[in-house]
Structure formats: structure tokens, C-alpha cells
Write a protein that binds this ligand. Structure first.
Ligand code: NAD
Length: 294
């Protein structure tokens, strides 16, 4: 499938202009990566401080590269000029692809996606960066589901090479190929996957985190597990990983997988992540998780 999509990507028209809806952690990262690799991008949010945050994140990353001597001040400005921040939809009229990266809430996405679709040209691809919501479900209110699919980046976008391109039941081959082409242009490694709970990465990752929760429930010290997994060669252990992902997101994604695969992914105890979430220990984002952060 991947080879076919890559070959097709070569014959499809290139993405000349992109858009991203939502300038949060992910939207800001997507805008930066697109601009840095040469595709101009319009970044839309509903609040000015969202946009300010997105631009300041991109600026920080570029400042870092300039300090290290990897880019010149000119190149930095050139990249920033490729990001068009806006609070209006009109600016996305001309884009070839738009990636929706608003909050992970099915109702909000069901409202935002048709709005976006009505603003872009008929041939434009509308993609969602959802981590857990079914692509077929998100396609329901759309007039052109053949142009809709998932384009799932990982956090932090500029560092993580993989992008899951999620094909819905009605997604056209051309939409898949153009999205694969855009991911490659962004210097990412796309993988085409089917629409199922957890897609590919989270479907593999969450049984691992579930096994970790089970061991903690049985009384094994989570620090020892983290140390062992680091010595095994992984960049971080499972407890630290939950802190990075955020306990709210971790529990939410675990529930989506438990609903999708109840025979395999439902646990008959309250997990450590659920306990932490109840106590508002969200991980690195609020300084308290499995570990404490200053
Ligand atoms: P976030 O809360 O940091 O950002 C969301 C942004 O969307 C905010 O700036 C908000 O103002 C804006 N927004 C809300 N409604 C909007 C609307 N109607 N129009 C335009 N902008 C709107 O969220 P995030 O962590 O960047 O997550 C965004 C999406 O990416 C979610 O679907 C999430 O599941 C997915 N995702 C997140 C991660 C992660 O690690 N954070 C990883 C992969 C995928």
C-alpha cells in the first residue's frame, strides 16, 4: 500500500499551500514543520493568544537553530514569513490541504470540519490530526468524504518522524497519495493505515502501557520499571512516557482502546494513571505526574 501511495504521490499535483486549524501544541508544530520544509501554511485559531503561542513556539525553535549556527537570520525570517497567522477563514480559500488540529472533542470536530470544508476549494484535502476519533465518524457531516482522511502527527512534531495517514472507508486514493506526498515534503515518514481504534502506533503502545499499569497494580515500583526499560534501550520508560503524553490524554486514549477491543484492553482495576488523573496529576503539563517537575 505504502509503495503504491508513494508512487502515486509522485504523479499527483504537489501541495503548494497548506492550512492548519488550531494553533495549539500540534497546530503550531505542524505550521513550523511545513514552513521550515518549504510549504507555506495558513494557521487559523479562534483566539489571538492561541496564535501568539503557535508563533512564539516556532520562533523559539528557529532561534535555537540560529544559535547553533544551523540557519542564518535571513532563513529564520524566510521561514516565519511562510506562516500566515489568522483568525479568519477567508485566508484558507486557496489551500490544497488543510489539517484540523483543534481540541480532541468529537462534537467540536463535527462542527469545525464541515465549516472548514465549505471554505476550501472542491479539490482540497481536509485532514484531521485526531489521535483517537474514528475517521469514518468524523466524515459523517462532510459533503466530500472522498477528500477527507486522518493525518496524525506525533508530539513534538519537529522531532517525531512518523505520520500516520489514515484512510477512511470513503477516502479516495488520490487524497491518500497527495497527503503522503505532503508528509514526504515535510521530511516525515508516512505510513498508510486503516481506520481502527488506536490506528497503528497507539494500538501497539497502549497494550504495553496496560501491562505496565498491571505491574504497578501488583506492587512493582514504577521507577524500577522505567529504569529497566531505559537500560533495555528505550528513550524513556512507561511512567515517564505517561507524564509526557499527559494523564488526561493517556486515560482518554486507553478508554478508546478499551471500548474498541473490550476483550483485550479492559482492566478490572483502577489504573495508576486513572488514580493520578483523579488527583489532578496531569504529568509534565502541570508539574505533577508519576514524577514531580519543577
Ligand atoms: P491544544 O489544546 O494545544 O490546541 C488546540 C487549539 O485549537 C487551541 O489553540 C484552541 O484555541 C484551538 N481551537 C479550538 N477550537 C477551534 C476552532 N473552532 N477553530 C480554530 N481553532 C480552534 O491541543 P493539541 O494538543 O494541539 O491537540 C490538537 C489535536 O491534535 C487533537 O485532536 C489531539 O488529539 C491531536 N494530537 C495531540 C497530540 C499531543 O501530544 N498533544 C499528539 C497527536 C495528536
Amino acid at each position: 500500500v505504502m509503495k503504491h501511495a508513494k508512487n502515486l504521490a509522485k504523479t499527483e499535483t504537489k501541495i503548494e499551500q497548506a492550512g492548519v486549524i488550531g494553533a495549539g501544541i500540534m497546530g503550531g508544530g505542524i505550521a513550523y514543520q511545513s514552513a521550515y520544509t518549504g510549504t507555506p501554511i495558513v494557521m487559523k485559531d479562534i483566539q489571538q493568544n492561541g496564535i501568539d503561542l503557535g508563533i512564539s513556539e516556532a520562533t523559539k525553535l528557529l532561534d535555537g537553530l540560529e544559535t547553533k549556527g544551523k540557519i542564518t537570520a535571513d532563513k529564520k525570517q524566510h521561514v516565519l514569513d511562510k506562516i500566515t497567522p489568522t483568525l479568519n477563514y477567508q485566508e484558507i480559500n486557496a489551500v490544497d490541504i488543510v489539517v484540523e488540529a483543534v481540541v480532541e472533542n468529537p462534537k467540536v470536530k463535527h462542527a469545525v470540519l464541515p465549516e472548514v470544508e465549505s471554505q476550501v476549494k472542491e479539490t482540497a484535502i481536509v485532514a484531521s490530526n485526531t489521535s483517537t476519533i474514528s475517521i469514518d465518524y468524523l466524515a459523517q457531516p462532510l459533503a466530500r468524504p472522498e477528500n477527507f482522511l486522518g493525518m496524525h502527527f506525533f508530539n513534538p512534531v519537529h522531532k517525531m518522524p512518523l505520520v500516520e495517514v489514515i484512510r477512511g472507508t470513503q477516502t479516495s486514493e488520490s487524497a491518500v497519495a497527495k497527503t503522503v506526498g505532503y508528509a514526504l515534503a515535510m521530511k516525515k515518514k508516512p505510513v498508510v493505515v486503516k481506520d481502527c481504534p488506536g490506528f497503528l502506533v497507539n494500538r501497539v503502545l497502549f497494550p504495553y502501557l496496560g501491562a505496565f499499569m498491571q505491574m504497578v497494580h501488583e506492587g512493582v515500583d514504577f521507577i524500577q520499571i522505567d529504569k529497566a526499560m531505559e537500560s533495555f534501550g528505550w528513550p524513556m520508560g512507561p511512567a515517564y512516557l505517561c507524564d509526557v503524553i499527559g494523564m488526561d490524554t493517556t486515560v482518554h486514549a486507553a478508554n478508546v482502546l478499551a471500548d474498541g477491543f473490550p476483550d483485550r484492553m479492559k482492566y478490572d482495576f483502577t489504573t495508576a494513571a486513572e488514580h493520578l488523573l483523579k488527583n489532578e496529576c496531569l504529568g509534565q503539563k502541570n508539574g505533577h505526574g508519576f514524577y514531580h517537575y519543577e
